[in-house]
Ligand binder design. Structure first.
Ligand code: AHR
Length: 503
């Protein structure tokens, strides 16, 4: 049995749980939109052609914000193609994913979908092939009421009320050589500042996200953030981070420690943003938008066998997620929560089919992948303040990060309920975790669930088309409370949530 002990106290908080931390991402990529959220011929489709089975599962996940329409896609996107009468919308090539975009689903359709889900839209503008003017035109179309060219055009297209989008990304991954319109940090920083200021002059209430690094491994990481923020500090509110993790060559031990990298990435971006703040004598703080993160098996071929260039909605990166992947996702959510004072926005990429929390097949019923469970539980159960958690844990050796804690933890407290999110990274042994309850006014377990391989399964088990619920949440029985101390026993390779209340 491995052991760990948490130290936590209601007085030591990181900050309020930022509700926008639990976001998702819908890109016009592969089958995320077409046969993902939108499939007019599907038996469950509603009057807007939206799949109500996917809508229902999305509501259960409850993403608080959804980034749209890309991703790499946005860097070649001409938004005007996606509005107005459907029959007039052009078919365009999408260079990023070498497919054809039919534009049968566009801005108004996304707005309708987001309203039905009950989520906030985070809109990205194209700063790859386009610039300031087109970004401003789109903002005018989306947010101004009437009496100007693009606001009136929206009305003429049938959307009487403005979309009223508050959160805007100034481009996507422009630090990446793969990005259409890839730029140097100086080129992008200047463009972000000019575009941001122009957009604010149209709608002063918007919040703007500058593009940060596409991963911590980018050769320009650090320098990119510094230059971009030096040039655009006055114009933006957030800087973005993107990170995808995978198991390499069967090295599950390192993969399970991915949150170590995420912790470091966040700390380093915070340090860089604050150094620019000090140097520039700025008062405001730039916060972080971790608007693409997930497990993604990038070393596998991106396209499914048989996919041809310029197919419509091809099968692209339809990763199937295992028990191991779900445990890693749980630890990545812990990392985001641990940094809730500075990471105010998160988006697990993507929502459906494309590295998706959900999976759908044309004409059939949609289902949740394993990784949907930690996301949904943390979104539902992290309430009040995030607590500072000091974890003293047995360690294990990894090739990538040296010795890493076996137990990974985060916690929240809302004056009534103490919620602890835990992962046991040990693949063979259970882990016993001590959680002190003194000072919280709680004395009983009100909820305890875990995700791990069930009997007859192993760490590679996934939720497949034939068995949508093979991997799910189960009741965690092994939690005891004695004299202000809870002891939680986590099965090998598991993720868990335990809640404590009074009486
Ligand atoms: O989410 C898939 C892709 O990953 C996005 O299009 C891009 O922004 C990132 O590289």
């Amino acid at each position: 049995m491995r052991t760990a002990r948490l130290a936590l106290d209601p007085a030591f908080t990181v900050g309020p749980v930022p509700r926008r931390l639990f976001g998702s991402f819908v890109e016009h990529m592969g089958r995320c939109v077409y046969t993902g959220i939108f499939e007019p011929d599907h038996p469950s489709a509603d009057e807007d052609g939206l799949r109500t089975d996917v809508l229902e599962l999305t509501r259960e996940l409850g993403p608080t914000v959804v980034r749209y329409p890309g991703g790499n896609f946005v860097s070649g996107f001409e938004w005007e193609d996606s509005v107005g009468p459907r029959e007039d919308r052009p078919r365009r090539i999408d260079r990023a994913w070498r497919s054809v975009e039919t534009n049968q689903f566009g801005l108004a359709e996304f707005d309708a979908w987001a309203r039905k889900v009950g989520t906030e839209t985070m809109m990205a503008v194209n700063l790859g092939t386009r610039g300031l003017q087109e970004a401003c035109d789109l903002l005018e179309y989306a947010n101004l009421d009437s009496g100007t060219k693009f606001a009136d055009l929206r009305k003429a297209h049938g959307s009487k009320d403005p979309f009223d989008i508050k959160l805007w990304c100034l481009g996507n991954e422009l630090d990446g050589p793969w990005q259409t319109g890839h730029k140097t940090a100086a080129e992008y920083g200047r463009l972000a500042a000019e575009t941001g200021m122009a957009m604010r002059s149209i709608d002063p209430d918007i919040e703007l996200v500058a593009v940060g690094s596409s991963s911590r491994a980018m050769p320009t990481f650090g320098e990119w953030e510094q230059t971009v923020l030096e040039l655009s500090y006055h114009a933006v509110d957030y800087v973005s981070l993107h990170a995808y993790y995978q198991e390499h060559d069967g090295d599950a031990a390192s993969f399970l420690a991915s949150a170590v990298d995420m912790d470091l990435f966040i700390d380093q971006v915070v340090a860089t943003a604050d150094a620019v703040r000090a140097k520039g004598k700025h008062t405001k703080k730039i916060n972080l938008s971790f608007d693409e993160w997930n497990v993604w098996y990038q070393s596998k071929p991106h396209h499914a066998p048989g996919v041809q260039p310029w197919d419509v909605a091809p099968r692209v990166i339809e990763d199937e997620y295992s028990v191991t992947d779900a445990v890693v996702v749980g630890t990545l959510l812990n990392s985001l929560l641990r940094h809730a004072d500075r990471v105010h926005i998160g988006a697990q990429a993507q929502l459906v089919n494309v590295i998706g929390l959900l999976r759908s097949e044309p004409g059939k019923e949609a289902w949740k992948q394993t990784i949907a469970h930690p996301f949904e539980q943390v979104r539902r159960l992290a309430t009040g303040n995030v607590l500072q958690v000091v974890t003293t844990s047995d360690k294990y050796e990894t090739a990538k990060f040296d010795a890493v804690d076996v137990v990974d933890a985060s916690a929240t407290y809302d004056d009534e309920t103490l919620t602890v999110f835990l992962a046991n990274r040990d693949q063979a042994d259970s882990a016993s975790v001590e959680v002190p309850l003194r000072g919280f006014g709680v004395d009983r377990v009100s909820n305890a669930k875990y995700l791990a391989a069930a009997e007859g399964q192993d760490r590679h088990t996934t939720n497949l088309e034939g068995d949508h619920t093979a991997v799910g949440l189960r009741t965690l029985d092994d939690v005891t409370v004695t004299e202000g101390l809870a002891t939680v026993v986590l099965p090998p390779l598991s993720w868990a949530v335990v809640q404590f209340r009074k009486g």
